[in-house]
Write a protein that binds this ligand. Structure first.
Ligand code: G4P
Length: 530
């Protein structure tokens, strides 16, 4: 197969949802269709169980699963599908944000009874910022839930999406009769629990056909006809370009647990979901079809064995062919590096591969050379954009609890930050280190891992910070900026990249600061031009 065919048959995407909406179940059913697994239950949930905040076995279990399910690749009808796993727990939301920089599209799973939930809202917002093409799967149709029209309104309103239902439910919960597929013009009748992948649909060329009444009963048939009429009036026509531009989102209904409606989703997905997309670098737009290899690190996973401190860096291939044992330029440190055992990931195993193509993810063994966001090329000095840091929600001073181990502590903190476990800010005033996290759970993870992997001990101390604001000065030499730096000296810090950050103690402070220093802009993410 040629290089271009390899690119065109790849689809790299992520599934996002609020915990419990059915992401794991759907992933599993997709793998079943691809023949990548033989039975349900093979995909482990990467959820952290409730009340596990201080259960470190649970954290380690989660880390183990998270490496195993980081990328699930399988083939379906000649298409190579790469699912990038996103952590379900909200404390690891930043991990998910970073993974979203490596996908070409996403599927959003919504629970029909619960509707739009908090985590879905946050994640979809990030996808919208980046114009990522999205499809929506409304799950758990076998349970009583919200009325389909009302639910779609809610999703459009809360998530700011513009939906196009490509399938439509007939009944719901105990009365679920089936789904009508507007995309393929057929009906899939619901017949209870199905463990295996089945494809049994009945073609309905003309909705006026009385066969419809025979299949689902007169009342349901009449209701379906009316609803489909209404759909045509209410929703615009499906438009491929609008979907690709992130302006329109096709919707499918089903029940992942019952393997119902999943085949419809998958078939539409392989037909319309984008092939590996071009990616912006600071220097230029890089097209996937360019022959020279480029890629970037979007995730780093520390080895589970504390005795061997090697890590796995996950690289998304943007362009060209990645080859084993070939020297590539690590742009940030200017070194050429070769990789003798790049890993590719499949549903049930990882394997050393000789060649990988755009859209693929390879796992490279790393002894501390990589940071999230690093670029690899054949020699060109490129820096891929789009892995911003978001302001953490929690902040604490970190102190060394064992003076004999200060080297180990700073090495450990450095490496954990490279992995993206949390963010480090160093205060200008006195060089003290502040760790910022998305959830409180990370503090315990850091403390535990520092001790077990780096033999270092730390303690935390409270600091009153509401948000980290990245500072952009309209003019670095004007008096206003100088005055800002003088007045706010005690609250200024540098992030890991050396960017200036203002640690604001309250929303009020942010507001006052903006008023007083209008030419000094404060941003809640580290990349505001993206
Ligand atoms: P997540 O990864 O998004 O967090 O969700 P997950 O797939 O783990 O699903 C959460 C729960 O919802 C699971 O039940 C799962 O079986 C159930 N579920 C998923 N899809 C459907 C569906 O289509 N219909 C119904 N009725 N339930 C569904 P659980 O009891 O939490 O776990 P388990 O004991 O079944 O594994």
């Amino acid at each position: 197969m040629g290089f271009i065919e390899e690119i065109q048959r790849r689809r790299t995407f992520g599934i996002i949802s609020h915990p419990d909406a059915g992401k794991t179940t759907l992933t599993e059913k997709l793998l079943l269709f691809g023949g990548a697994i033989q039975e349900a239950g093979a995909v482990k949930s990467n959820k952290i169980k409730k009340g596990a905040a201080s259960d470190f076995m649970e954290i380690e279990r989660q880390r183990g699963i998270s490496v195993a399910t980081s990328v699930l690749a399988f083939e379906y009808k000649g298409t190579k599908i790469n699912i990038l796993d996103t952590p379900g727990h909200k404390d690891f939301a930043e991990d998910t944000f970073r993974t979203l920089t490596a996908v070409d599209s996403v599927i959003v799973v919504v629970d029909v009874a619960k509707g739009v939930e908090e985590q879905t809202e946050k994640l979809v917002k990030v996808c919208r910022m980046r114009n990522i093409p999205m499809m929506v799967f409304i799950n758990k149709l076998d349970r009583e839930g919200k009325d389909a029209f009302g639910l779609l309104d809610e999703i459009e309103e809360k998530l700011g999406l513009s939906l196009i239902p490509l399938s439509w439910p007939i009944g719901i919960g105990a009365d679920l009769k089936g789904i009508y597929n507007r995309w393929e013009k057929n009906i899939n009748l619901f017949s209870g629990h199905k463990k295996q992948a089945v494809e049994k649909t009945i073609e309905i060329k003309d909705l006026a056909d009385t066969m419809l009444d025979d299949l689902i009963g007169e009342n349901y048939a009449e209701e379906l006809r009316e609803e489909l009429d209404l759909l045509e009036g209410v929703y615009p026509e499906y438009d491929y370009d609008e979907y690709l531009a992130g302006n329109q989102q096709p919707v499918f209904f089903g029940s992942a647990l019952n393997n119902f409606g999943v085949r419809e989703l998958l078939d539409a997905f392989i037909e319309i979901a984008p092939t590996p997309q071009p990616k912006k670098s600071e220097e230029r737009l890089v097209d996937s079809k360019e022959e020279k290899f480029t890629g970037f690190v979007f995730k780093i996973h520390a080895n589970m064995d504390p005795k061997h401190r090697d890590r796995l860096a996950f690289i998304k291939i943007v362009s060209g062919t990645f080859k084993r044992n070939t020297p590539y330029l690590h742009v940030r440190n200017g070194k050429k590096m070769k990789f003798s055992s790049p890993n590719a990931f499949f549903a049930d195993k990882k394997e050393i591969v000789d060649e990988s193509f755009p859209g693929d993810i390879v796992g490279l063994h790393d002894t501390g050379n990589f940071k999230i966001g690093d670029t690899l090329t054949e020699g060109e000095l490129l820096h891929f954009k789009g892995i911003p840091a978001f302001s953490p929600e929690h902040f604490r001073y970190v102190n060394n609890a064992d003076p004999m181990k200060s080297k180990q502590l700073s090495k450990g903190i450095d490496q954990l930050m490279d992995e993206g476990v949390a963010q480090l800010f160093t205060l200008d005033l006195n060089g003290r280190k502040v760790i910022g996290t998305v959830g409180a759970l990370q503090y315990e993870v850091i403390q535990y891992r520092l001790e077990h992997e780096y033999t270092a001990k730390c303690t935390y101390e409270p600091i009153q910070v509401h948000k980290a604001c990245w500072v952009e000065a309209e003019d670095e030499f004007n008096n206003e900026f100088k005055e800002f730096k003088r007045v706010k000296h005690r609250y200024l810090a540098k992030d890991k990249r050396g960017q200036l950050v203002f640690l604001a103690d309250s929303p009020f402070t942010i507001q006052m600061t903006q008023q007083k220093f209008p030419t000094v802009k404060l941003h809640f993410t580290s990349e505001w031009n993206d």
